[in-house]
Design a protein around this ligand. Structure first.
Ligand code: SAM
Length: 197
């Protein structure tokens, strides 16, 4: 990403984080190093359906597009209208939808091969909606993979432990990455496969 774009996105994040800290959930966009870990499960052949949730200003969108190179379908969901517009302008080949993540099932015509989630896990979810983990597991095909990142500083706090239990209950296989130090703050990635049920 060009230096100027990168700086502008950092400013966007800082401003938005001050306005809606629980929804934005990060003071700066994710790094290229974290993005590389998040998109690693995208198949290198065929026409996969890749879903990105909480796409923000596109840190993972760029990385996913580099892997896809015109293959498959890339659906990016973002609830912030300004950022959804920005993403659509930057990535004409990505299907950008300004929506809430819980609207995902209505946007799919088949199970996803990969779901890349930049959503804040515990901070924001509308009451009365199907739990996020169920929604994600239900939207994946049997061979699909979900990636979700979390920040290392909160790894042993109760919300992160609850997140781990939820992943464990919903998927037969979960792999947790090493800490990605080249991200602010350092983060780790869940790779969840084989949704139960
Ligand atoms: C931690 S940021 C991640 C942004 C980007 N993926 C990155 O890593 O730089 C979380 C993003 O999720 C979006 N978001 C939060 N709750 C959402 C929801 N319920 N539905 C869709 N997007 C949501 C926020 O607007 C924000 O862009």
């Amino acid at each position: 990403m060009a230096h100027e774009t990168c700086r502008a996105d950092r400013l966007r994040f800082a401003r938005q984080f001050l306005r809606t800290p629980l929804i934005t959930a990060a003071p700066v966009p994710s790094s290229a190093a974290l993005a590389a870990c998040m998109v690693a499960p995208i198949p290198r052949t065929g026409d996969p359906l890749v879903v990105e949730l909480g796409a923000g200003t596109g840190a993972f969108t760029v990385a996913a597009q580099e892997v896809l190179r015109g293959r498959g379908r890339h659906l990016a969901i973002e609830c912030n209208p300004e950022w959804a517009t920005l993403l659509a302008e930057r990535h004409p080949s990505v299907e950008v939808v300004k929506a809430q993540a819980h609207e995902l099932p209505a946007l799919l015509d088949r199970p996803a091969d990969v779901i890349i989630s930049g959503l804040p896990w515990s901070a924001y979810w509308p009451e009365g909606q199907r739990p996020l983990i169920e929604l994600l597991a239900g939207a994946l095909g049997p061979e699909g993979t979900l990636t979700q990142f979390s920040y290392s500083w909160s790894r042993w706090a109760p919300p992160a432990r609850r997140q781990h239990r939820e992943f464990d209950a919903a998927f037969e296989e979960i792999v947790v990455s090493r800490t990605v130090l080249r991200n602010l703050p350092p983060a780790y990635v869940y790779y969840a496969r084989r949704p139960r049920g």
